[in-house]
Design a binder for this molecule. Structure first.
Ligand SMILES: [Zn+2]
Ligand SMILES: [Zn+2]
Length: 539
């Protein structure tokens, strides 16, 4: 899309202004009747006027974006562009494939409607992206959150107005048009409301003393209810369009079918994930007993997952205790004790190992199934028949960060600053933080292992770490492996630093291995010091 010679917003405004000028001049010279009627009667003049009004609206939104978000980050820009072209594509299909509009004035009405709703949708999407980015750093000033909350509230108020417009349309033009307009507004409404709720929960948590244990539950249910309702509305909207068009052998219906299939899979995926969530929660409540504050004082006071103080906790059969919420999100991924890796009971194991499991909120990567529209395996019928497939490509969600040119650039950027830190470690950290400055902070505070300090620990993971030569062609699976590798490394580093000692009691077999490793590290440091010293002498 970047290669297309599309005009910028400024150029577009200039051309729209010229168009309006010519239209007005033409109407003034050509007809003597009522000016407004004459303008609307001529199809091209009407187009010029509507186009100019849309253009003014785009300018207004662009100004608001600049004042609220400042300069957009490259990922936000790319995401916005993807969303925009996706939106334009589906609306084109809707206007010409489903409604099959021939009359230019009717088309103008729809175009201005989509310009309005599209602008709001993109703004809401931008708020979501920016919130995800801001929520990673605790040092974000409250004013930037407040600005965005104001912005989102304005969109919500506009949604209320649009719902009223929708009711009037339903009254005037019947159910079909009501349903078309309603579903558009509803999708916008849920997207905005969800971002707003997440942001309010985040702010509340930031200004809340200690750990807010129910935060994850509220966020999860808000996400689940709103996303499922939005997906269902979209599903019925597309089904409605398909039936309304009443032409099943056309390109438009093919595209609608692809979209329907995608939406169906998404709903199925969400429901499976929810089922898993509920099962893990019930198993936790049923099988692992609750530990009160008095007992906790004797066992351990901080949770080894989030390092926060515990008031109540759940105890695993191995004796380790964790926050309920922390343990739940851990067990959704992996049914083992986070501290000693002891495998837990079998029902949990079955639930957690389901292929569709994955806590998206915590940014854990899940491999998305391929969305085949058509898969024809000719070889299974006759050897000379070809095998072909048609695949619907959906851009991956923002938090499932992809390794692409941007990522390469960011990795190179960090690597030039810290040539001592291995590229793999930078990639892993960038994948978690989504921000160069955050990764730089992590490196400076020693959270990312560097080549010189961590030779021993990285060697231990050689068997499960796949070295990558280029960041662009890394398979998701290897990234996941390296993610866990990185996590283990970090954990071990922390344990070596003595932080782990306060929460995890090592088994007796671990102690000698840690002691030998400590000795090795001391030896390495001594050797390095001596080398440096001899080098100075030579100088
Ligand atoms: Zn915790
Ligand atoms: Zn344990």
């Amino acid at each position: 899309m970047d290669t297309l010679p599309l005009p910028s917003l400024q150029m577009y405004t200039v051309f729209s202004g010229l168009g309006l000028f010519y239209a007005v001049a033409y109407v003034l010279t050509a007809s003597d009747s009522n000016f407004v009627n004459a303008l609307w009667d001529d199809a091209w003049c009407a187009t010029a006027v509507v186009n100019f009004v849309c253009c003014l609206f785009f300018q207004l939104m662009s100004f608001l974006h600049k004042s609220v978000f400042g300069t957009l980050r490259s990922t936000e820009k790319r995401h916005l562009q993807d969303k925009f072209w996706n939106f334009v594509f589906y609306k084109f299909i809707f206007i010409f494939g489903v409604l099959n509009i021939q009359e230019i004035r009717e088309m103008l009405v729809w175009c201005s409607w989509f310009a309005l709703i599209g602008c709001f949708l993109l703004t809401s999407q931008l708020c979501k992206d920016r919130f995800l980015y801001l929520s990673f750093s605790p040092s974000t000033p409250s004013s930037s959150h407040a600005k965005m909350i104001m912005f989102l509230s304005c969109i919500l108020v506009s949604c209320a107005g649009l719902f009223m417009v929708c009711a009037i349309i339903g009254w005037q033009f019947g159910f079909n048009y009501f349903a078309f307009v309603f579903s558009e507004i509803y999708v916008l409404f849920t997207l905005t409301l969800l971002t707003l709720i997440r942001q309010i929960i985040h702010l509340w948590d930031m200004h809340h003393e200690g750990l807010w244990e129910n935060r994850n539950v509220y966020t999860y249910y808000a996400e689940f209810v709103l996303e499922i309702s939005s997906l269902s509305v979209q599903f019925f909207h597309h089904l409605h369009m398909l039936l309304f068009a009443n032409m099943f052998l056309s390109v438009a219906s093919l595209i609608l079918l692809m979209k329907l299939r995608f939406l169906y899979q998404e709903i199925q995926h969400k429901l499976k994930r929810h089922h898993n969530y509920v099962m893990v929660k019930h198993t936790l409540e049923r099988s692992f007993n609750l530990v009160g504050p008095n007992e906790l004082r004797h066992i351990q006071e901080t949770c080894a997952i989030c390092w926060e103080k515990m008031n109540t906790a759940r105890q695993l059969p191995c004796g380790h205790v964790f926050h309920f919420g922390c343990l739940r999100s851990w067990l959704e991924q992996d049914p083992v004790c986070p501290t000693c890796r002891q495998t837990l009971d079998t029902s949990l194991q079955r639930n957690s190992r389901e292929p569709t499991t994955g806590d998206q909120r915590s940014g854990v990567r899940t491999r998305r199934r391929r969305n085949w529209l058509l898969y024809f395996n000719g070889a299974s019928i006759a050897s000379w028949l070809p095998t072909f497939s048609l695949e619907l490509h959906q851009p991956p969600p923002h938090h499932h960060n992809t390794f692409n040119a941007d990522m390469d650039r960011e990795v190179n950027h960090v690597h030039t600053m810290f040539p001592d830190v291995p590229v793999n470690a930078i990639i892993v950290d960038l994948a978690n933080t989504h921000s160069v400055s955050q990764t730089v902070d992590n490196i400076l505070s020693g959270l990312v292992p560097s080549r010189t300090s961590n030779q021993n620990t990285t060697e231990d993971h050689q068997d499960d770490v796949t070295p990558a030569t280029s960041t662009s062609d890394i398979d998701e699976a290897t990234v996941r492996q390296r993610d866990t590798g990185g996590k283990n490394e970090e954990k071990e580093r922390e344990e070596e630093n003595g932080k782990g000692a306060q929460s995890s009691d090592f088994s007796s077999t671990d102690v000698p291995s840690f002691q030998t490793r400590k000795q090795e590290l001391i030896n390495a440091a001594r050797k390095k010091y001596l080398q440096k010293h001899s080098h100075l002498k030579q100088c």
